[in-house]
Design a protein around this ligand. Structure first.
Ligand code: NAD
Ligand code: TDX
Length: 351
């Protein structure tokens, strides 16, 4: 094998797209997917790659020191692409400690394991940490987050991701660990867990259930198709400068209410419903505590230095996404059963 790459969180939404891309694009690499299979991890996401000879799966928790050490000893990875994390802001509001454990402690555990395994000889080695634009806080009506924007995380989730970014940089400066970090805007696409706005709305529209809009629906997010994020990760992993940070975004800002109206239109078309029928499901609910107003990313550095650009227009991406969810009813029903049903029923008590 040319290279062995350990991908953490590969059974999740973005991770599964990264695993698929790497396994298919680099048959000479060994791709090891380490995932604890929390409520958000689902091996169904990887059905099409699981039998490939350059792919291996290990069920382990990134906070488990012995388990992570064993994976490093067994597979001797040259690179780590670290995506495993608790990822949902609303859950971080009701259970912050779970976020500190996985996102902060888990990241430090991986950094220690990489450092111990690689020692001083780090030629060809790379620890790539996948992070979020939420570390930069909240924007007013204008301006963009750049790589120089000061950190100002405001939710337990974003504070845990900011902490993990700081840890990664600390291991770089203190121990010379070769690292790279990227901070990406909101992703959407197939396989996203239906607690997040777009798949939640698709599912509710399908079942003619209320679409919950937090506050007035005026908060703004910058949406990027998940495969474009995966392509950026591939590029940054291979070409990014040691110690650097890259922002990734779709240059595609929507207020939540406009986004949901657009989604309703696409769903009406896809389901053969009368125009305007799904919009009637829009329901304003109590706002998220500490709800960040606006995120918008300047991806100029990634575009000019590494030549990345998003491949899809939003209209095309959202149609592809709706199509995937409508065709993958069984996937949706499976992830919506059990634990998730309990979580969703308690949602409005926690804010
Ligand atoms: P996700 O919740 O869909 O998947 C997370 C995966 O990590 C799951 O497979 C889960 O089983 C695994 N995991 C969680 N805790 C773990 C632990 N302690 N040990 C091992 N595995 C564990 O998340 P996602 O949306 O795919 O996000 C992936 C990464 O990208 C996260 O680090 C997130 O912060 C970051 N990110 C997400 C977005 C987004 O819009 N979704 C945007 C920017 C950055
Ligand atoms: O039911 C809802 N109603 C609603 O109005 C939900 C679930 C969300 N919202 C709002 C909150 C946000 O303004 O929609 C927007 C998007 O919400 P989420 O899908 O929960 O995403 P967000 O909180 O923006 O965070 C996401 O993007 C950055 C991911 O979950 C993070 O993992 C990523 O780092």
């Amino acid at each position: 094998m040319e290279k062995t790459i350990l991908i953490t969180g590969g059974a999740g939404f973005i991770g599964s797209h990264v695993v698929r891309l790497m396994v298919n694009k680099y048959p000479g690499y060994k791709i090891v997917n380490l995932d604890a299979l929390t409520y958000a991890g689902n091996l169904e996401n990887l059905k099409d790659v699981e039998s490939k000879s350059n792919y291996a799966f290990v069920k382990a928790d990134i906070t488990n020191e012995a388990a992570v050490k064993e994976v490093f000893e067994q597979y001797q990875p040259d690179g780590v692409i670290h995506l495993a994390a608790e990822s949902h802001v609303d859950r971080s509001i009701s259970d912050p400690l779970a976020f500190i454990r996985s996102n902060v402690m888990g990241t430090v555990n991986l950094l220690n394991a990489a450092r111990a395994a690689w020692g001083d000889y780090t030629e060809g080695k790379r620890f790539y940490h996948i992070s979020t634009d939420e570390v930069y806080g909240s924007l007013g009506a204008t301006g963009f987050f750049t790589e120089e924007t000061a950190y100002d995380p405001r939710s337990p989730y974003s504070a845990s991701k900011a902490s993990s970014d700081h840890m990664v940089r600390a291991w770089h400066h203190t121990y010379n660990l070769p690292v790279v970090i990227s901070n990406c805007s909101n992703n959407y696409g197939p396989n996203q867990f239906p607690e997040k706005l777009i798949p939640l709305a698709i599912n509710n529209i399908k079942h003619k259930k209320a679409i919950p809009i937090y506050g007035k629906g005026e908060n703004v997010r910058d949406w990027l198709f998940v495969e474009d994020h995966a392509a950026a990760i591939d590029l940054i992993f291979h070409k990014g400068v040691n110690g650097d940070t890259y922002n990734i975004g779709g240059n595609n800002e929507w207020t939540n209410i406009d986004l949901i109206r657009k989604l309703c239109e696409v769903m009406d078309n896809a389901l053969g419903r009368e125009k305007g029928e799904s919009e009637k499901l829009i329901t304003y609910v109590k706002d998220r505590a500490g709800h960040d107003k606006r995120y918008a990313i300047d991806s100029g550095k990634l575009m000019s230095e590494l030549g990345w650009k998003p491949s899809l227009q939003f209209e095309e991406g959202i149609e592809k996404t709706v199509d995937w969810y409508l065709k993958n009813e069984e996937w949706l029903n499976n992830v919506l059963s059990g634990d998730y049903a309990n979580y969703y029923s308690q949602q409005y008590d926690n804010r």
